[in-house]
Design a binder for this molecule. Structure first.
Ligand code: BG6
Length: 487
């Protein structure tokens, strides 16, 4: 990818965790790769706690460097990357400080990108301050999640930002959409003739989407305790993955064609009746346990978490899509912290053959299955039945394995790198449009509301397990189980 489009990338929250772990490392990788970022492109970090550029570069060297190029750092590239970085000291509580930013960047060539790696309460004040010094022209704004706390607060932010920036200037990040395997899912579905005819209720029995984490809430106890897994992972990442799995083939890959199709899925989600919530939603909270041989504490004792917290760290849901393609097919979504493994995967279970001349094993649902693993390693496996060697006709499960790192040894890109390049180059397809976000909030709100008023606490699970037993029982009612429970 070669580019000559110049840019000025302004990073609010320049000394924050996200800048340290994701944004600056992603910009460095794009810089190091050569040809992805215009030579003249500049990065302006905005922060309050650092005195000047020298102080900021010191911070970058100390905190960002350990997160880049884990397989060996190219020191020459690192030095030239630092040359791109400028610094503006702004107190975000003082709109008058934005004159400093305007003076620093006006006159620079190319598009301006404002990345708001700050808490959502600062989104609107920053936008107003940018507009007050005329910086909303010739610019794009990137908003990090969480974008609001519910439909109302998300609408309030979107309304206020929308008064200053047009929708096509607004890039709402969901980093799951930038992951290579998610792109590959689109390629698999719409670049091949093999899968699409089977990708429907007639042939698919159920679909599972799991994002499991081994990590706990780390240093974010306070934020997480006011958020919970439904807001942190389901409303955005899981529903975005679901919409990509279930969408109709778009007319083209342009941003609105893709986003229109995703929106149709989100709008077709069967609304959850609060009376059914116990049947279709499980929430859990981790207790003390052991992960990879290490004892880990209970959620309620993590720093920043209230000791009597009822915030969920685990959610499992049964979701249905009310359209011709998917009517009656359960989609099981699951996410949790402190689970037994770190894995994100999509499992498409196909129906059994209608009649088996080959014995009962061919009648088992899930004998044909596609497992798309997003992380930790990116693979796609297609499971089939084959004859076991030797006498008789005994069937056994085998799989075709597509390990992408074997086919494509170079060029893998981290999600943030892809998404940042998309912002700089004006590609909106992998960003969440306002109407998608609203549809997702609208769908999760009855669950949030019901959990808020219910006096039932989340179900406990030991850290290092796969969550509460109720999540398995929910699938058992449909004659199925989670992938790791097979055999
Ligand atoms: C973030 C959530 O959006 O995604 C975190 O706020 C979560 O709680 C993270 O840990 C998971 O992302 P990834 O890419 O590490 O799977």
């Amino acid at each position: 990818m070669q580019t000559d489009s110049s840019f000025t990338f302004v990073l609010f929250g320049g000394t924050g965790d996200l800048s340290m772990r994701k944004i600056l490392p992603a910009l460095f990788e794009a810089h190091r790769a050569g040809g992805m970022l215009a030579e003249s492109g500049k990065i302006f970090a905005v922060a309050r706690h650092v005195a000047d550029r020298a102080g900021y570069l010191e911070w970058v060297n100390e905190h960002v460097k350990p997160h880049v190029s884990k397989n060996g750092l190219d020191e020459t590239a690192w030095a030239s990357f630092l040359d791109r970085i400028e610094f503006v000291k702004i107190d975000l509580g003082k709109p008058e400080d934005f004159v400093l930013l305007r003076d620093a960047i006006s006159g620079l060539p190319g598009i301006r990108v404002f990345y708001l790696a700050t808490g959502p309460s600062l989104f609107v004040p920053i936008c107003h301050a940018l507009a007050s010094v005329g910086l909303n022209e010739n610019s794009r704004i990137v908003l990090e999640k969480p974008l609001g706390y519910d439909l109302k607060s998300s609408n309030a932010i979107n309304d206020a930002v929308g008064e200053i920036f047009a929708e096509e200037q607004i890039y709402r990040i969901d980093h799951y959409l930038g992951k290579e395997p998610v792109q590959n899912l689109l390629a698999l579905r719409f670049g091949n003739v093999l899968f699409e005819p089977l990708w429907r209720r007639e042939w698919v029995e159920s679909i599972q989407i799991t994002i499991a984490e081994e990590l706990g809430v780390e240093a974010r106890g306070d934020f997480y305790d006011n958020t919970g897994a439904l807001r942190d992972m389901v409303q955005n990442h899981l529903l975005q993955l679901l919409s990509i799995v279930a969408m109709e083939p778009p007319h083209s890959m342009d941003s609105d064609s893709v986003r229109d199709e995703k929106l149709r899925v989100l709008r077709a989600l069967k609304p959850i009746d609060p009376r059914d919530i116990g049947k279709v939603a499980v929430r859990g909270q981790y207790h003390a346990g052991v992960i990879r041989g290490h004892a880990v504490p209970a959620y309620a004792t993590e720093p920043g978490v209230k000791p009597d917290s009822t915030t969920e760290t685990f959610v499992a849901l049964k979701v249905e899509i009310e359209n011709w393609r998917w009517a009656g097919v359960p989609f099981f979504l699951r996410t949790g912290k402190r689970l037994a493994d770190r894995v994100a995967e999509i499992v498409v279970n196909f129906r059994a053959v209608p009649h088996s001349a080959l014995g009962a094993s061919a009648l088992r649902g899930g004998a044909n299955r596609l497992v798309i693993r997003l992380q930790p390693n990116e693979t796609i496996r297609l499971y089939c039945l084959a004859k076991q060697p030797g006498e008789g006709m005994n069937l056994a499960s085998v799989h075709l394995d597509l390990a992408f790192d074997r086919f494509f040894r170079e060029g893998q890109m981290e999600a943030y790198q892809r998404l940042l390049l998309d912002v700089i180059n004006g590609r909106l397809a992998l960003f969440v449009r306002r109407d998608e976000q609203e549809a997702a909030w609208r769908w999760v709100e009855p669950i949030l509301n019901e959990w808020a008023v219910s006096n039932k606490p989340p179900k406990p699970y030991a850290a290092g397990t796969w969550g509460p037993a109720a999540a398995s029982a929910m699938l058992a009612q449909h004659g199925t189980c989670w992938l790791e429970e097979e055999n």
